[in-house]
Design a protein around this ligand. Structure first.
Ligand code: NAD
Ligand code: WQD
Length: 344
């Protein structure tokens, strides 16, 4: 779509100040869309909105509110001529979801139900939903295809499975809805400016934020969770994709749902499997320094599947989208973010 025709659209981005949401806002604004962020800043800093403006030269509208607050969501739709929604806002920490399952189910499902009820009452029926490759569970063979059975191994994952079911039932009940269920694989990297990236509080649970903190001298070395998997170097294989490719995937999905009704689940991954050691070595090349690591036990409860990567055929067929940036670029941009933004 052209920048001029995109300018006619106003896209609400829930969780737009977060890691994937902020990169998606940049790509939306660069492509000419009008963007409204709704975020409660429970896992983001308000300065991200300034960074988006610095990067794009355009400032997204901002509503500071909790998505579970139906009145606030209604006021947001009153204020802006929203015609589509990208819904990122959720709690996403797998370990925390096991410790606080009820909070996770309530929070993630309430955010989604409050949002779609308001959309329905307004006749705004275009939705891009953040699902996850976690819905492929532990038993499907790789590469994961969208028609495989879905399940989960932790409460966080079940919130994604349940939301997919809820939205599938919604689309069946009203054929005017147009919904993309985007199943992300493992996003890495940051905007090349270094102004936005993934910076969780405390000791990171995920690989790249941990490597960033080791590289920046904040943490001493990386624990590698097991080297006895049936993979080429014994460490787990994942499908890493650059967060800007992932953001572009949202624009491709948006373009599709403006033109088609119905609901489609679509994998957004690179379609390539990389091991934990591959990531460490790529990061060492990008940063020009050694990343100290030590092999530890597998993750508790055998929670890691040995291999996860996407069949990307459907994303290409429906959206003509594919990931373009390689692991070296993901590590280079992560390192730029780590060395310029992370402080001890
Ligand atoms: P993030 O935590 O960086 O972003 C989520 C944003 O939502 C944050 O800015 C947070 O403040 C906001 N938020 C949370 N609850 C809210 C609420 N009740 N009301 C308003 N705002 C709220 O997470 P992310 O990594 O950008 O992930 C975005 C989405 O993608 C999530 O739904 C996540 O489950 C999904 N996802 C992420 C990954 C990943 O590896 N990062 C992989 C697969 C799926
Ligand atoms: C990647 C690899 C670890 C940290 C998680 C969620 C998933 C999705 C994406 C939202 C694995 C290894 C990690 C460390 C390590 N999120 N690792 N040392 O587990 O594939 O997916 O994020 O939907 O639901 O589960 O990503 O980055 O945590 O781990 O060795 O300190 O790095 O064992 O093989 P994962 P990750």
């Amino acid at each position: 779509m052209s920048t001029e025709s995109n300018a006619a659209h106003c896209v609400l981005v829930t969780g737009g100040a977060g890691y994937i949401g902020s990169h998606t806002c940049c790509q939306l604004l660069n492509a000419g869309y009008n963007a409204v962020i709704i975020d409660n800043f429970s896992n983001a800093d308000p300065s991200v909105v300034d960074a988006i403006e610095t990067i794009t030269g355009r400032r997204p509208a901002l509503v500071k509110a909790d998505l579970r607050d139906a009145q606030a969501v209604r006021a947001c739709f009153d204020q802006y001529p929203i015609d589509a929604v990208i819904h990122f806002a959720a709690l996403k920490a797998v370990g925390e979801s096991t410790a606080k399952p009820v909070e996770y189910y309530e929070h993630n499902l309430l955010c989604t139900s409050v949002l779609v009820k308001e959309m329905h009452s307004r006749n705004v029926k275009r939705l891009v939903y953040s699902s996850s490759a976690t819905v492929y569970g532990m038993t499907n063979p790789v590469p994961f295809r969208e028609d495989m059975p879905i399940s989960a191994i932790n409460p966080y994952g079940w919130t994604k499975v349940m939301a997919e079911h809820m939205l599938t039932d919604l689309a069946a009940s009203d054929l005017e809805w147009s919904i993309a269920l985007l199943r992300y694989f493992n996003p890495l990297g940051a905007h090349p400016s270094g102004l936005i990236g993934d910076d969780p509080n405390g000791v990171p649970a995920n690989l790249m934020p941990y490597v960033n903190k080791v590289a920046a001298g904040i943490l001493p070395d990386l624990p590698v969770f097991g080297d006895d998997y049936p993979t080429r170097d014994g460490t787990c294989i994942r499908d890493y994709l650059h967060v800007l490719d992932l953001a572009d995937g949202h624009l491709a999905a948006l373009d599709y749902i403006y033109k088609h009704t119905g609901i489609e689940a679509v994998n957004l991954g690179a379609g390539v499997g990389c091991s934990v050691l591959d990531v460490i070595h790529a990061y060492e090349r990008a940063s020009g320094q050694k990343i100290p690591y030590h092999i530890t036990a597998r993750r508790p409860n055998n929670a890691d599947s040995p291999e996860s990567y996407a069949d990307t055929t459907k994303a290409w067929r429906l959206y003509q989208w594919k990931a373009r940036r390689d692991l070296d670029e993901m590590c280079r941009d992560s390192w730029t973010f780590a060395r310029t933004r992370l402080t001890k």
